[in-house]
Design a protein around this ligand. Sequence first.
Ligand SMILES: [Fe+2]
Length: 316
Amino acid sequence: MKNNYESKDFELEIANLHIKKNEINWILKPYPHAIIDNFLPKSLFEQVSSTKPDVLDDLRRTNTTGLEFNKKEYGIKGKSQKFRIPIEIMGFGIGKNLFSKFMNPSKIITLASHDDFGGYYPYHSSSRNGLLGSHVDHCFLGDNIHFANSIFYAHKEWKKEWQGETILFNHNGFKPLVYIEPKPNRMVLFIHSNTSFHGVNKILCPEKITRNTYYMDYYLHSNDIKHLVENIQKAGKGKPKIKYSYHQTTFIPFFPFGFNSRPTFNTRRIVTYFRAYIIYLFFRILPIDFKYSKKFNRLYNNLKNSIKRHINKFFS
Ligand SMILES: [Fe+2]
C-alpha cells in the first residue's frame, strides 16, 4: 500500500497531466484575466471539496467590517495532504506555468515560497451576507512586486442566485465590469497592478453553505516587471497599460460595489481604510519610481511611529 507522500505525489502527477490539457484563454479587459473550468480531475476535486471549514483549526483572521464581511482566513498548518494539494499546485511547479503567456515561469516567485505565506493566508471561507469590497492587494512582498493572483473555488456546490461572484472593476475601482460566478472546481487568474480593483459580490447562500477558496499571489523581481508590461502590451496591441506604484491592500472607502450601488457606513477600521486610500492615490498620481515610493513610505511610517511614541511618552 502506498504511504501518504507517495499517494499525494501520484495525485499531483495525475492533476498536473489534467491541468496541462486545459487551454487558457486570456481576456485582456478590464485587465488580463482567465477562467479555467474543471481545473482539477473530478475525483480529486471531490476529495478536496469535502473539507468542511468548521473542522479547520488554523483560523488566522475574521473580517467584520463593512468592506470585508463574514470572511474567515485560514493557514494550512496541520491540514491533510489532500487539503493541501491545491496549494501545492498553485504555489509551486505548474501554478507558475499558468502565467507563461506573459512571463517566463522560472522568473516567478509565489506566496507559498515564503515562510508562513509571508503572513498572508491561503484558504478563505465566507458565509451568508459576506462580501469583499473593491480593492487592490498589497503591491510587494520583500523586494518583489506582486503581479498576479489565482483563486480556486473549492466549495462542493454553488447556485447562481447565491451571488458571491468575483467582481473585476474599472481602473479606479468605482465601476464593476465583470462578474465571475464562483462555480465549483473553477480557477480564476488575473494580472495584478495598481488598477486591478477586484472584490466579491454579496453572498446570499443558505446559512449551512460556505464559499470556500484557495488563493495564491505571484511575484516578480522589479527588473522583470518591464518584460511583463511589454508582453501584456504586445498581447493587447498597446492596451491595457499595466502600471505599478506603491500601495498596501487598499479598499475604496464606503463603496464596496462601486459608486452606483448602496454605500456602507459600517465605520469599523474606516480611518485605516481611508489612510491607505490617500497613500494609494498619492503614489499613483505622482510619477515616483516604485523603489523610491517604497523608501518614502518607510520614512512616513518611521515618522508616524516616532510621533506616536512621543505622544504616548508625553501623556504617560
Ligand atoms: Fe484581493
